[in-house]
Each structure stands twice: as C-alpha cells, then as structure tokens.
Design a protein around this ligand. Structure first.
Ligand code: ATP
Ligand code: MG
Length: 478
C-alpha cells in the first residue's frame, strides 16, 4: 500500500482529488496548509506528497524547501494553475519530482503519480546481500553464492564506497537494475535521491531535454523552460538504463557532465555545476557500438571505469536453488501465505533449463508455479511448458509479454521476431511448432486424436513431433 499526502488549501480540490485517487493501492491523507503538512509528514510517513503551489500561509515553495531540508528522498509533486509556471520551474530546481498544471488531465495525473511511486519504492526498498524478507523493513536481495556473483559483490562493495561511475552489463533479466540499486543503497549518497531513466523508453529527441532540461523556445513545442533530471537530482544518483540508445548530442552532454560536472540546458548557453553520481547499464555490447562509430569511444572509456558484468544464469547454475527458495519466500510474502516447497523432480528441471530470460524468467516461472500448484509443493507440471516439457532446443519465453492487440497473425509474427532477436538460440518455426503441440495436448488433456485434429495434422505426425521435441508432459503416466 502506497501512502500519499495531499496538501492543498482548497477544500474542493482536496475533496475531488481524494475521490479520484483513493484506491486499493493508495492510502491518502490530507492537509489544508503547508504548516499542517509538515506536521503530518513525520507521523504519516508518506511515500509521495502532492502539493499546491499557491496556498495561503506558507507557500508550496517554502514548504518544499523545508521538506527537502529534512527529508531529501521524499518525492514531491507540485500542482499549479497556468499563471504560475515560473514558480513550478523554481520548484523543480529545488528538487520537486514533477509538476502538474491545473486543470488536471486525470490520466496524466495518475501516470505521474504511478511513476513517482515507483521511484519512491526504488529508493526505499533496500537492496542488500542478505535480504531480510521476514523483517518489517522488507528488503530485496541480490542473491548468489556462485563464484561469478561473489566477484560482482566485491565490485559492488568497492564501487559503493566511491563516487566513481559504474557500467553494469549483462543479458536481459540478469539483475542490472537490482545491482544499480544495491550500489546506491550502500553508497554515501543513500540519503539523497536515486532516479532511474530508461534511455530506450524515451523518444530520441526528448531524451536530451529529459536529462538536461531546455530553455523556452529551444525547439518547436518548447513553450516553457524545463528542468532536467541532472539538475533535479543534484547530490543524488542517476541510473541511466539502456545507455546504448542515445543520440550523439546526448552522448556529448553526458561526457561533459562526467568530465567536468557541468550541464547545459538544451537551447541555453549558461553552464551549470551539478553533483550527480552516474550508474549506467546496457544489455547491448557497447564495444561493438564503439567500433561501428555509434557510440563515442571517449564516453565508453569514461563509463567503463568500473565495469560490473552480470553473467547469464545458465553460467551460474549453482545459484538456481538459492534463487528458487528466495523467490518462493518473496512471492508467498506478497500473497500473505506460506511459501510452497518444491518437489525434487521440479527442482531438477529448473536447474537444467537454459533460462534465456535469466533471473527475471526464473522469477516469473516461480510466480506461475505458485499459482498453478494445487498442493503445498510445486510439481514439474506446475512449471512453464518450456521448462517442464522436455529438453529439445530453445523455446518461447513464457515470461515475454504479449504485445497489446497481438490478435492477428501478423502481430504475432512480429512479436516472434522480437523474441528471436533477444534470444539468438530461438529458432522460430521449431519453437512455435513445439509450443503449439504442447498447448494442443494441454487443451485436450493429452488426447492425441483430438490434439492432432486441432492442429490439422495426422496423429502419426503429431507423434513424430512429440518425439522430435522431447515433449514429456503427463504422457508417460497415461
Ligand atoms: N541475483 C538476483 N537475486 C534476486 N533477484 C534478482 C537477481 N537478479 C535479478 N533479480 C530479479 O530479476 C528481475 C530482473 O532483474 P533486473 O530488472 O535487475 O534485470 P535487468 O538486467 O535490468 O534486465 P533488462 O536488461 O531486461 O532491463 C527483477 O525482478 C530482479 O529483482
Ligand atoms: Mg533493466
């Protein structure tokens, strides 16, 4: 449950926002002035504050300044009417997380709140090596005892104690973001903000302005000045995720901030000092991008001062049982029930599978198993088909999200190509065929006659496929 404090001196606004925002995920408290808000904060301990700028008594800006002085990690979203944009910009300089213009677009409001709550969770939820799952302060862990993970922990420890830039590399789902957060939590900046930016998720033209801000009129559509994340996150830590996806202009600016600690807003010529620790991550081979002249070599060396490489899960299989237990406990905790145990046959399958989606895929498989298991123990049949269904080749990741609206064959095919790009082992046609056979058998309760009919092939062909793909399912039992 997330806690949100709403500070506004207008009763109507408090009332309507309360109605809009109160939900199962959000516990809401209200205050009618800045003074009252400051009193409520230490008692209510909100994750997020939503505050009006113009209030009688203490203004929003004064209140924000006081909040930042005592609690720099508490995120504040300012609300302002059109006339007071300049104040909102001041607020961003003071470190407000975001600001919203009145009247609100409810969709936008909810989106900003949900982003802020995620950022608050990232800062608050401690990532440690020996997680305290049972304790009040629920902690996440970077789990692993294998030799390569021990090496990772050593580096995390070393780099945490410094302000050095760190570059985290590794395939998708290996825990790069988690490690970035662990570095932050162990660093001496852990009382200051941590802001994660996914460079690949923001359109190229907007990223530069998101990071460094822009002046009014810097480009078409830049109707007001904007404060970027580097300015806003001063004294804190910025996590630049998917760093491989940046335009040359943005790369130059990142290089400058790493070298001199200065930034310039887009369209501005004043350079400003900032004090920000940068952690970067990528799942792309940056060396290749450098060779192809897509990524600045000098920036690469600058980022690569400390390199933390997370090996794929299949190269540290001895960590699988540890991770399985950890996830079973974590998932049980989220559902407020007892952790399930795991049957040894299921455990063996988990240790054998090649995990193209790495730890994320394993976590999703355990989530699914937790729900599927009918008893207190997880059996092989509760695991995703690609894990339980035999040993043949790479298969479709059950964890991969299905593209919204992937209802027609073309969309499905596009999605398959996306998967294939991520997992070079995936041979699309055999993988799809295998998946179809498994699904058809499931749909028909392992009735081969019906399954063959569903697939539009003969029973003999179906049998050949079952053999070819090493599909076991419960067939041996029947
Ligand atoms: N060593 C680990 N111990 C516990 N949980 C882990 C570990 N590694 C990864 N996870 C979990 O797996 C999931 C994926 O991790 P994360 O998001 O850090 O991966 P990533 O490398 O950033 O992936 P991507 O490149 O796709 O962004 C998260 O839920 C994370 O908590
Ligand atoms: Mg990531």
């Amino acid at each position: 449950m997330n806690k949100l404090l709403l500070i506004d001196d207008e009763e109507d606004v408090r009332y309507s926002l309360e109605r809009t925002l109160a939900s199962e995920e959000i516990e809401l408290a209200t205050a009618a002035s800045g003074e009252e808000g400051l009193k409520v904060i230490p008692k209510f301990k909100p994750d997020l504050v939503l505050m009006d700028v113009r209030m009688t008594g203490m203004t929003g800006l004064e209140t924000l300044r006081k909040i930042r002085a005592t609690d720099p990690k508490l995120l504040v979203i300012l609300m302002t009417a059109y006339g007071t944009t300049q104040t909102a910009i001041e607020a961003m300089k003071l470190g407000a997380y975001d600001y919203l213009l009145k009247p609100f677009d409810i969709v936008k409001l909810k989106e900003v709140i949900s982003n802020a709550l995620k950022a608050a969770r990232d800062m608050k939820q401690v990532v440690s090596y020996e997680p305290l799952l049972q304790s009040e302060d629920y902690e996440l862990g970077v789990i692993g005892r294998s030799a390569p993970m021990q090496q990772v922990f050593k580096l995390v420890g070393q780099v945490s104690a410094t302000d050095a830039t760190a570059l985290i590399t590794g395939e998708s789902g290996t825990g790069k973001e988690l490690v970035a957060r662990a570095i932050y939590h162990h660093s001496n900046r852990n009382e200051q903000p941590f802001i994660a930016i996914n460079c690949a998720a923001i359109p190229e033209q907007l990223l530069e302005s998101e990071l460094f801000g822009h002046e009014r009129g810097a480009f078409t559509g830049a109707t007001v000045q904007r404060i970027g994340k580097f300015e806003q996150c001063n004294n804190g830590t910025i996590f630049l995720d998917e760093i491989g996806d940046m335009t040359p202009a943005t790369q130059t600016k990142i290089l400058r901030v790493l070298q001199n600690g200065t930034i310039e807003r887009v369209g501005g010529n004043a350079s400003m000092k900032v004090n920000v620790r940068v952690i970067a991550a990528t799942n792309k081979p940056l060396e290749a991008a450098v060779a192809a002249k897509q990524f600045r070599e000098d920036l690469f060396y600058r980022l690569n001062v400390v390199r933390i490489h997370l090996p794929p899960l299949r190269e540290r299989r001895d960590d699988i049982p540890l991770l399985v237990n950890y996830f079973l406990e974590k998932i049980a905790r989220e559902h407020s029930n007892k952790p399930k145990s795991i049957a040894s046959a299921a455990s063996k399958l988990l240790e054998k599978y090649h995990w193209p989606g790495n730890v994320r895929e394993l976590e999703n498989a355990m989530r699914r198993a937790h729900v599927m298991a009918k008893s207190s123990a997880i059996l092989p049949g509760d695991l995703p088909p690609e894990v339980s269904g035999g040993t043949g080749g790479a298969s479709l990741p059950s964890s991969a999200p299905v593209e919204a609206g992937a209802t027609d064959a073309a969309a499905l095919a596009r999605q398959l190509f996306q998967w294939a790009k991520r997992d070079p082992k995936l041979k699309i046609i055999p993988a799809v065929e295998r998946e179809l056979v498994i699904q058809a058998l499931k749909e028909t309760n392992d009735n081969q006659v019906h399954a063959a009919k569903m697939l539009g092939i003969t029973r003999a062909t179906l049998r050949k496929r079952i053999e070819k793909f090493g599909i076991q399912r419960e067939l041996s039992v029947k």
